[in-house]
Structure formats: structure tokens, C-alpha cells
Design a protein around this ligand. Structure first.
Ligand SMILES: Nc1ncnc2c1ncn2[C@@H]1O[C@H](COP(=O)(O)OP(=O)(O)O)[C@@H](O)[C@H]1O
Ligand SMILES: CC(C)(COP(=O)(O)O)[C@@H](O)C(=O)NCCC(=O)O
Ligand SMILES: [K+]
Length: 249
């Protein structure tokens, strides 16, 4: 069995694949290394041989997690590494190793699935956009705060914006102007997110007309999917790229 991990700034996304590749035996989202171990130990008949992972965390945090996994399961762990070029995609950063590895893998996955120009939008702690032309050239991208960062900035830097998670979820059932603080903030941030998405689509159209694919991924992708009906929501896009960057044979 293969353990795959996507270690983002807020959450670790994990899944276990069976030897007949493609079969998902278990998957989940956890907020700590220990919670990951708990989830994995709860899987019946777990027999991990390999592990591949991508991390945008510090080298220290990543090696701590790798040590935990090696001790707990005796697996060999392979980490995705930066590259200037891979699977037909050319990293567009001036310093290729500085491009977030989760972005890079999502780009590899997107370009592979699209076989052509694509716009990859990832909605996690941060929101990222990356533009890959039909010849595989990465034109660059954008980074801005995601929903969790936007709402937490408001909660942290104002004195009268305070509300709980349940109220936040309910507030997004409609997008008419808010009549409570939680509605005003949650809807305001979501509209900012959607505005960002529409701007990215305009830019992509200016490059490629209608001849491009749009991929939405990351934990908050569902918040914007209805305004991009043509987009493919691919929650495991980073894992698609991870398998390409870290083949097991
Ligand atoms: N099962 C889940 N657990 C935690 N967050 C989730 C889950 N499903 C969706 N989300 C949303 O995903 C967002 C985090 O996205 P994610 O892509 O995991 O971020 P990151 O990669 O930066 O850690 C949170 O703001 C939350 O709203
Ligand atoms: C942009 C990111 C913070 C996104 O992280 P995430 O929201 O997925 O946790 C991450 O890809 C990162 O740390 N990138 C390095 C900076 C860059 O890509 O330019
Ligand atoms: K991510």
C-alpha cells in the first residue's frame, strides 16, 4: 500500500492507495501529525510499503513528520522536490525552487489532464492561480489570502468582529447584503474570492480565447465552483501531480 500526503499550511490531506494502483483504501484531512498517525492506525489491515509526500511546511516540520512515519510504519518516504521542467511543464519562476511545491504538482496534474493550456486555481489557506500555456510554459501566477486568512484577519484586527464557525457556515447560505456581522464578513470575503476568480478567467481568455481548461482544487474549491460551471473540480489534483513527480518504480 502507498501512503500519499499533501502537507499544506493548515491541514494534512492523506490517502492510502492499494497495490492495484488507483484503488483508494482510506483518505482524510487532519490538522496535526498526531491526528494523522491516529487516523492511519485506525485503518484495518494497513500494510504500508511506500510513502510519497509534498509539503509547503518548513524543512524541520517536514522531517519531523517523516521521522514519525518511518518509526510508526517502517515505510520509505519520498518527498516531491522542485524542478525546472517535468512532464512537459516548464516552471516559470525566476528561481524555480521558490515556487510552492503544491502549486507545482497541481500544475503538473492539470497540464496532464488538460493536455493543453490551463488555469489552475487552488483554494487553501492561501489562494493561488497558475497559468500554463498549451506548450507547457508556466507563465506565472498569483497568491492571495484564502477564506480562512481573510476572515481571521478581520477577527484579529478589529474589536467588534467575533463569531463562531457554525454561524459562519450558515451565513453563506445566501449572498445578499448581510444584516448581521457574520453575514457581512463571510459574504464579503466570499465575494472577494469570487471576484479574484473572475479576474483570473478574464486573463486566461485574453491569452487563450476559450481554448483552455480550468481546474479548481483545495479545501474551499466548492465555494467558487458555481461561478465557473466549465471548470473541473479536482480535489486530488495535487495527488495526481505527486504520482507523476514521485513514481514508485
Ligand atoms: N474536511 C475538511 N477539513 C478541514 N478543512 C476543510 C475540509 N473540507 C474543506 N475544508 C476547507 O478547506 C480549507 C483549507 O484548505 P486546504 O486546501 O486543506 O488548505 P491548506 O492546503 O492550506 O492546508 C479550510 O478553510 C476549510 O474551509
Ligand atoms: C502559496 C502557498 C503559501 C500556498 O499554500 P497553501 O495555501 O496550499 O497552504 C505555498 O504554495 C507556498 O508557500 N509557496 C511558496 C511561495 C511561492 O509559491 O511563491
Ligand atoms: K494546498
Amino acid at each position: 500500500m502507498i501512503l500519499e500526503l499533501d502537507c499544506g499550511n493548515s491541514f494534512i490531506k492523506w490517502r492510502v492507495l492499494g497495490e492495484d494502483v488507483g484503488r483508494v483504501i482510506g483518505e482524510g484531512v487532519v490538522d496535526s501529525d498526531l491526528a494523522l498517525l491516529e487516523s492511519l492506525k485506525g485503518l484495518k489491515g494497513l500494510a504500508l510499503i511506500h510513502c510519497r509526500l509534498v509539503s509547503v511546511r518548513t524543512a524541520e516540520e517536514t522531517s519531523a513528520l517523516i521521522s514519525l512515519l518511518t518509526e510508526a510504519f517502517g515505510v520509505s518516504v519520498v518527498c516531491a522536490a522542485p524542478a525546472r521542467e517535468m512532464s512537459g511543464v516548464r516552471n516559470g519562476y525566476e528561481e524555480f525552487e521558490r515556487l510552492g511545491l503544491d502549486r507545482w504538482l497541481a500544475m503538473l496534474g492539470g497540464f496532464h489532464l488538460a493536455s493543453g493550456a490551463c488555469l489552475v486555481l487552488d483554494f487553501g489557506t492561501a489562494v493561488t492561480a497558475d497559468f500554463i500555456a498549451g506548450d507547457g510554459e508556466h507563465l506565472g501566477g498569483f497568491i492571495c489570502p484564502g477564506m480562512p486568512l481573510m476572515r481571521n484577519q478581520l477577527r484579529t484586527h478589529t474589536r467588534r468582529i467575533r463569531y463562531g464557525d457554525l454561524a459562519a457556515e450558515r451565513a453563506l447560505e445566501s449572498l445578499v447584503p448581510g444584516r448581521t456581522t457574520v453575514e457581512a464578513v463571510e459574504r464579503g470575503c466570499l465575494l472577494m474570492l469570487r471576484g479574484f476568480v473572475l479576474t483570473q478567467l478574464e486573463l486566461a481568455r485574453s491569452y487563450w480565447g476559450e481554448d483552455f481548461a480550468v481546474f479548481l482544487t483545495g479545501g474551499d474549491a466548492d465555494l467558487v465552483s458555481e461561478i465557473v460551471p466549465e471548470a473541473r473540480v479536482v480535489p486530488d489534483l495535487v495527488f495526481v501531480g505527486l504520482a507523476m513527480a514521485c513514481p514508485l518504480s
